[in-house]
Design a protein around this ligand. Structure first.
Ligand code: CMC
Length: 434
């Protein structure tokens, strides 16, 4: 992003004209730089959901919401479909900015493999959490706790320490995620298999049981890779903004990513994939019809949302939804199975495409609409869907944390507010308050 010196924006307030610089992004879109406005004029801008606010300059992920385009480091997401690279290759691309050479990829993989075990102290803690604990709660808590076991890698400003922390986090997150599931099932914890690649190893950790190795089908492994790749980054979404905000206080990578997990948990963000499945299952079980569901979503007196639809940035079809829908159909064909929930999802989509409520508001399926159906085909239980989203998003959070810390102009994020409460009231002692 550069300052467009030929262009200035002007703000007129109380008869005073304030000149503001205009920044131009790679695609020509413009941003008025108000960063000095408070210091120079004591004026703030108001944008509670940050809808019109760019919080950083970033070269990681590009979205064109009107066209429905998504690129990682400039590469359109469709190019990660078939023939597809591996999730770890995409993680490297996001974090380090370029596709790895063969040697770099091997080194990166070897580092991940060497960090796949959890410290026994951390592993034992799974035995102490209630068996029905939400896996996202476990994931967030365990990310934070990695700082207790890997304190050596917490200092900032050293590239090698960063790589050590990042590779530990990516590798151990997979083991933690699978153990959270096994705890919920009362199953013994399987050790990771260093001979397996990242996604195959995750499936092994989830589903192998003693003396019965889980057989990993090629199509299942590749679908798992695709799911993680498609979730790997999405520029300044809610969880990434949480990671950047926490990171801006110079908090360590583990703490910042734990905050990312917490934000992702919400049903308006990553938790939407679970809500989509609940909705589809309710329709399947006869609890409501697809038409009822559409009517409820349009009813402004009803808080119900059509989960998996709409997006702050996409005002067109989310490209990830398209790829996931096609992948789900492919996996069902390869496995010679079907899922009635896919038919229901297609029907819902069809209804929205003819409905002026959805057309006028540009509400299309987002990543969460079809991801659950594909995850079900892979054999992932619903309570793990958002955890899988987090596993996928982790390299994105790490890349954004790194970019933040590599930026020389980085300062702590500290927004302002418009205070609406009382000023200079007096404290009333409790005995006088009735
Ligand atoms: N169902 C019904 N109406 C909707 C929906 C929906 N899913 N999404 C937006 N609208 C309506 C909204 O009520 C508003 O209507 P009106 O103009 O009459 O007040 C209009 O569309 C604009 O919506 P908005 O709430 O201003 O949009 P937003 O940018 O604040 O919210 C969103 C984006 C994703 C939170 C929202 O679309 C939503 O709640 N979708 C359902 C949850 C979901 O699928 N979340 C996953 C998002 S993608 C992956 C991720 O980020 O994790």
């Amino acid at each position: 992003m550069s300052e467009n010196i030929s262009k200035k924006a002007f703000l007129e307030i109380d008869g005073k004209r304030i000149e503001l610089p205009v920044l131009t992004a790679s695609d020509g879109s413009q941003s008025v730089d108000v960063s000095k406005l408070y210091d120079s004029h004591g004026i703030t801008t108001f944008d509670p959901s940050l809808n019109s606010t760019s919080i950083c300059q970033s070269a990681i992920t590009y979205i064109d919401g009107d066209k429905g385009t998504l690129c990682y480091r400039g590469i359109p997401i469709e190019q990660f479909d078939r023939p597809r690279p591996n999730f770890i290759e995409v993680s490297y691309l996001l974090i380090f900015g370029t596709l790895p050479t063969r040697q770099e990829l091997t080194d990166f993989r070897n580092r991940l493999t060497s960090h796949e075990l959890l410290h026994e102290g951390l592993r034992r803690q799974f035995g102490d959490v209630p068996p029905k604990s939400p896996p996202m709660a476990i994931l967030s808590a365990m990310f934070s706790q990695l700082a207790c076991y890997h304190e050596k890698f917490l200092p900032l400003g050293d590239e090698e320490l960063f790589v050590e922390a990042a590779t530990r986090l990516i590798s151990k997150a997979r083991t933690i995620a699978a153990y959270a599931y096994r705890r919920s099932q009362g199953l013994p914890f399987t050790y990771p298999d260093p001979a397996l690649l990242y996604c195959a190893n995750f499936l092994h950790l989830m589903f192998s049981i003693p003396y019965q190795q889980y057989i990993i089908g090629e199509e299942i492994e590749s679908a798992m890779n695709l799911v993680l790749i498609l979730h790997a980054d999405h520029e300044q979404n809610c969880s990434t903004t949480a990671v950047r905000t926490v990171g801006s206080a110079k908090a360590n990578l583990f703490a910042a990513c734990a905050a990312g997990v917490s934000a992702l948990w919400g049903p308006l963000h990553g938790g939407a994939n679970v809500e989509v499945m609940k909705m589809l299952e309710k329709i399947y079980s006869g609890g409501m019809t697809a038409e009822d569901c559409i009517a409820a979503a349009k009813d402004k007196t009803n808080p119900f949302k059509l989960f998996g639809f709409g997006h702050r940035v996409y005002k067109n079809y989310d490209p990830r939804a398209k790829i996931l829908q096609a992948a789900a159909e492919r996996v069902f064909a390869q496995l010679r199975t079907n899922d009635p929930l896919l038919d229901i999802a297609r029907k819902l989509e069809e209804l929205t495409l003819k409905d002026s409520y959805f057309i006028d508001r540009k509400l299309y399926p987002n990543v969460d609409f079809y991801s659950g159906i594909l995850l079900r085909a892979i054999g992932i239980p619903t309570n793990m869907f958002t955890v899988i989203f987090a596993l996928g998003r982790l390299p994105g959070w790490i890349a954004q944390w790194k970019e933040l810390h590599d930026s020389p102009s980085q300062k702590i994020m500290r927004p302002r507010q418009i205070y609406t409460g009382g000023i200079q009231k007096n404290y009333v002692p409790i005995e006088k308050r009735g």
